[in-house]
Write a protein that binds this ligand. Structure first.
Ligand code: S3P
Length: 168
């Protein structure tokens, strides 16, 4: 059943802040896949990456996503790499409407730089590698049902646009 609203996009796209406001306005549960993975693993995302490797994180990410099957409609904030696996992309398009929160690289870089806890984009990270990751992923993000431009816009404005498209 297509009943979830999935927010996808690169790190720093605003999935969490948009997701929380969208869920509150629609009176729907808010599901943050990264938070669920942390609760399940009992450790932070950087710890999972460093101690167990990215593949283990990606398996947890997929199983957490697939657990949404049959659950009541919700707003789902995904991690930036969710689109890397074709089975994740297929699950999202089969079970809901997918919104790509797009932002220009400069906007993303500024937002990523302001926060910690992202193993694929640390403060001392090579920004070129992060930018290349974005380029490699863009083709998958763009397969979303809707592309929502977020640069220079308020969360309220973005949420209004998503609500105008949302099918529940
Ligand atoms: C990742 C993005 C993170 C988190 C993990 C991996 C990625 O989520 O899932 O660090 O591969 O882009 P956010 O997009 O919420 O930062």
């Amino acid at each position: 059943m297509k009943n979830h609203l999935f927010l996808i996009g690169f790190m720093g796209a605003g999935k969490t802040s948009v997701g929380l406001t969208l869920a509150a306005e629609l009176d729907l549960p808010y599901v943050d896949l990264d938070q669920k993975i942390v609760a399940l693993a009992g450790k932070s995302i950087p710890e999972i990456f460093h101690e167990e490797g990215e593949a283990v994180f990606r398996d947890l990410e997929s199983s957490t996503l697939f657990d949404l099957s049959g659950s009541p409609p919700s707003v789902v904030a995904t991690g930036g790499g969710i689109i890397g696996r074709s089975e994740n992309r297929a699950f999202m398009s089969d079970h809901g409407t997918v919104f790509y929160l797009f932002a220009q690289w400069e906007t993303l870089k500024q937002r990523i730089g302001a926060t910690a806890g992202r193993p694929l984009a640390q403060a001392d990270h090579d920004w070129r590698a992060t930018r290349e990751l974005l380029s490699a992923r863009s083709q998958w993000y763009e397969q979303a049902d809707y592309i929502i431009v977020t640069d220079h816009r308020t969360v309220a404005d973005i949420v209004t646009e998503i609500r105008s498209h949302a099918k529940l």
